[in-house]
Ligand binder design. Structure first.
Ligand SMILES: O=C1O[C@H](COP(=O)(O)O)[C@@H](O)[C@H](O)[C@H]1O
Length: 241
């Protein structure tokens, strides 16, 4: 069973997850002198990154020992307004002066296929192990139950390899680049950040509906105590149990 952390307000959810980030980082650094984290993109996590960069949190993490990756990326240049890398640069990396050497971005300058393959190589070259285990992977949840860029009815949902793949979104006629579920599920900890009434149905489908991966892709993510869902009351409002 996944761990549900339900908070009254959005601010409390963000603080809850920021505290969990600090704890995960300090535990990982104590054991292996580094913390590897894959960040989520989209609209929800920006406030989390700003909070981590704020005075309240910036001294609580040994940032020079943190290595950042991206669980998914839009297939746009990294100065494009839709780029996850640009959003995180502004919210987290620049305020904390994180050097480029600690940031592994998706290179979207070439084809989506090359971007995905190169990013898979970057990850395996960094970890230098057959099985890549991130200390923490942050995820969001779309109102259509996608997570990372694992979208409903896309081929990547059935890819068993722990890798990064390109995904074509027919309705938007765009590509995205995403970790596969197999790669995500190898992580030590996985934390979902989900808030707002607009996400309530998706949360219910993913956590409580019968399995239907094509309809509710976030059901691909494992459910055990090291998978934490940080929710506000609104997002959790349709959970029945
Ligand atoms: O995990 C993720 O989830 C989102 C959906 O989040 P939203 O806050 O934009 O609704 C996704 O699109 C994002 O790229 C991803 O990392």
């Amino acid at each position: 069973m996944a761990t549900l952390k339900i908070f009254e307000t959005t601010d409390e959810v963000l603080t809850g997850l920021a505290d969990f980030f600090v704890k995960s980082a300090s535990e990982a650094i104590a054991v292996q002198e580094r913390f590897t984290v894959a960040l989520s993109g989209g609209s929800s996590p920006k406030k989390l990154y700003e909070l981590l960069a704020s005075d309240a949190y910036s001294n609580q993490v040994e940032w020079e020992k943190v290595y950042f990756f991206f669980g998914d990326e839009r297939n746009v240049p990294d100065n494009h307004p839709d780029s996850n890398a640009l959003m995180v640069k502004k919210a987290l990396f620049d305020p904390l002066n994180i050097p480029y050497s600690q940031v592994f971005k998706v290179n979207t300058l070439h084809s989506p296929e090359e971007a995905a393959k190169d990013y898979t190589d970057d990850i395996y070259n960094f970890f230098k192990t057959e099985k890549v285990v991130f200390d923490l992977i942050l995820l969001g949840l779309g109102d259509n139950s996608h997570t990372a860029s694992l979208f409903p009815h896309t081929l990547v949902l059935h890819d068993p390899t722990a890798s990064v793949e390109e995904v074509f979104l027919e309705d938007q006629q765009v590509y995205r680049i995403t970790f596969t579920a197999a790669l995500i599920n190898q992580a030590r900890h996985i934390a979902f950040l989900v808030y707002g009434q607009g996400k309530a149905e998706a949360v219910h489908h993913v956590l409580e509906d019968a399995e239907n991966i094509d309809e509710y892709p976030a059901q691909l993510i494992r459910k055990d105590e090291n998978v934490l869902w940080f929710l506000d009351q609104s997002a959790a409002s349709l959970i029945k149990k």
